[in-house]
Design a protein around this ligand. Structure first.
Ligand code: CP
Ligand code: NVA
Length: 302
């Protein structure tokens, strides 16, 4: 089984990973030999702090090992195909984690790998982040169904996975993006289809104030994702007015929690005051990556 998209998991599997994350966080010592002798190969086409270090730490704490590779240190940099590389890497390892520029690369890797492949972020999705975020929301409120979450900003990879994840667990999600930066129609459609089963409300709007009203969680991400650097100037203009700042937060519920997958660009998509404020749970989100990554690894390799 691969984890390339949130929808590679059934709703039951997702809920079970979220519950297991809680058990792992509460009693990490109970899990210390669970992946003894297992090897995770981590292939990164781009930079990463949280994904890289949380997965490597998770493997070590579960009794296994992680090998961190990139294009320039391997023959990928000299033109060996991803398919051939996948065939070889999967003969040495028990699982491959990959952060790729194009989702298609991940699919080629998965098609040719004999071991499970995990999406550590592509241009389309970031399932490991969102699984961990759903756990964090549950940790704060004790439930997921019926929670109101607003995502304000770019309809990007994190937003796509959030749309799917929220619809799977019954969270109501409102996305507010500037015109032209809304999440892709196929992700919205998939989320709407899933919501018919779970009852979650999915809304895509352009007005950040409309999204923030009544929200119990406010989530944002960078305006310029990896790979979008050439559009930086126009994006910074388009996203003006979509900042998580005191005025926007005031429109949400009084106990609204603030979320960001990080890395943050302070002063752009979020102010210092909001990210450092008492309702910010961004550091818990970052910590929970470790516990959730363990639950994912155990599901795929255990
Ligand atoms: N949130 C996240 O995936 O962070 P990194 O880019 O540091 O891995
Ligand atoms: N949307 C961001 C997420 C980084 C974790 C990016 O793709 O750069």
């Amino acid at each position: 089984m691969d984890l390339l998209s949130m929808t590679d998991l059934s709703i039951k599997e997702l809920e079970s990973i979220i519950r297991e994350t809680g058990r792992i966080k509460a009693r990490p010592e109970d899990y210390k030999d669970r992946l003894k002798g297992k090897i995770l190969v981590m292939l990164f086409e781009g930079p990463s702090t949280r994904t890289r270090v949380s997965f490597e730490t998770a493997m070590i704490q579960l009794g296994g090992n992680a090998i961190d590779i990139n294009e320039s240190m391997t023959q990928l940099g000299r033109g060996e195909t991803m398919g051939d590389s996948a065939r070889v890497l999967s003969r040495y390892s028990d699982c491959i984690l990959a952060r790729v520029k194009r989702h298609e690369t991940l699919m080629e890797l998965a098609r040719n790998s004999e071991v499970p492949v995990i999406n550590g972020l592509s241009d389309l999705e970031h399932p490991c982040q969102v699984i961990s975020d759903l756990f964090t929301i549950h940790e704060v409120r004790g439930r997921l169904k019926g929670i109101d979450l607003a995502y304000i900003g770019d309809g990007n990879n994190v937003c796509n996975s959030l749309l799917l994840g929220c619809s799977m667990v019954g969270i109501n999600i409102k996305v507010a993006s500037p015109e032209g930066y809304e999440p892709a129609k196929n992700f919205v459609k998939k989320a709407l289809d899933i919501s018919k089963e779970t009852g979650s409300r999915i809304e895509i709007v352009n007005d950040p104030r409309e999204a923030a009203k009544g929200a119990s969680f406010l989530y944002t991400d960078v305006w310029v994702s990896m790979g979008d650097e050439s559009e930086e100037e126009e994006r910074l203009k388009a996203f003006r007015g979509y900042q998580l700042n005191r005025e926007i937060v005031k429109l949400a519920n009084s106990d609204c929690k603030i979320m960001h997958c990080l890395p943050a660009h302070r002063g752009l998509e979020i102010t210092d005051e909001v990210i450092d404020g008492r309702d910010s749970i961004v550091w818990d989100q970052a910590e929970n990556r470790l516990h959730a990554q363990k639950a994912i690894l155990l599901r795929l390799l255990g």
